[in-house]
Design a protein around this ligand. Structure first.
Ligand SMILES: Nc1ncnc2c1ncn2[C@@H]1O[C@H](COP(=O)(O)OP(=O)(O)OP(=O)(O)O)[C@@H](O)[C@H]1O
Ligand SMILES: [Mg+2]
Length: 228
């Protein structure tokens, strides 16, 4: 279970403070699917990156399975991230001069998975994300949509129990967006907790129940249950 409690994030600079998240509170049960919607600049990426332990909140906390992640030492957060969290970043965060396969291997190398098994798992993740045909291509030579699919493969390769996706279909065509929806459906039914920040209307086609959180200017406007 994930609990986001009284979360605030302020970015400070010479030109002043910017309050990006204000008093965010919500809970996500295990195996629940949550979609976060809000216009550009509303704070979606900031919220996901705090939930992943990549950024610290100014105040408040994110509790994952009884661990308050901002309070864990960095080494523990890294371990938690490697073993339980998969993340699809809005800007992919791939290593541009490595191949697709090597990028997808990186989480498994961090977990010390034996290489033969790691290769098998990475190739399978690339297949599931419909990008296996580009496995040996260096990432810098891939299109935006192809990079997004490699980023999806990397996020799922280590069997995370929590999958955080930041605008995961922003660069995908309709066919690949549908493949992604099928993947989300399958993973959700398997019991993985999934959080997706998006404004892609294609998620209305999901045949799953999910909770929809609307955020505006860093505040939660509403949270409702959608029965798909
Ligand atoms: N490092 C930073 N320093 C200062 N301001 C920042 C920083 N990162 C984000 N912001 C500001 O915080 C606000 C929220 O940004 P964020 O990226 O979380 O929005 P978003 O909802 O993900 O937007 P988009 O839909 O465009 O991806 C924006 O106004 C942005 O300019
Ligand atoms: Mg964003």
């Amino acid at each position: 279970m994930i609990e986001v409690k009284n979360l605030n994030k302020i970015y400070s600079s010479f030109s002043g403070d910017v309050k990006v998240l204000s008093d965010i509170n919500f809970k996500i049960n295990d195996a629940e699917l949550t979609i976060i919607e809000g216009v550009s600049g509303s704070g979606k990426s900031t919220l996901l990156s705090i939930m992943a332990g990549l950024e610290k909140p100014t105040s408040g906390e994110v509790v994952i399975d009884n661990d308050s992640i901002a309070k864990l030492p960095d080494i523990h957060i890294s371990r938690l991230r490697a073993s339980t969290i998969g993340m699809v970043f809005q800007n992919f965060n791939l290593i541009e001069n490595l191949s697709s396969l090597d990028n997808v291997l990186t989480p498994l190398i961090a977990l010390k998975t034996p290489l033969k098994e790691a290769k098998y798992l990475a190739e399978n993740a690339l297949k599931v994300a419909n990008i296996e045909h580009q496995k040996n291509q260096v990432v810098s030579k891939l299109s935006g949509g192809e990079k997004q699919r490699v980023a999806i493969a990397r996020a799922i390769v280590a069997n995370p129990t929590l999958l955080l996706c930041d605008e995961p279909t922003a660069n995908l065509d309709y066919k690949n967006s549908k493949i992604f929806l099928e993947l989300i459906t399958k993973l959700s039914k398997k019991g993985i907790t999934i959080v997706i920040a998006t404004h892609d209307p294609i998620f209305k086609e999901l045949e799953l129940n999910y909770s929809l959180i609307m955020i505006k200017s860093g505040q939660i406007l509403s949270k409702e249950q959608i029965n798909g």
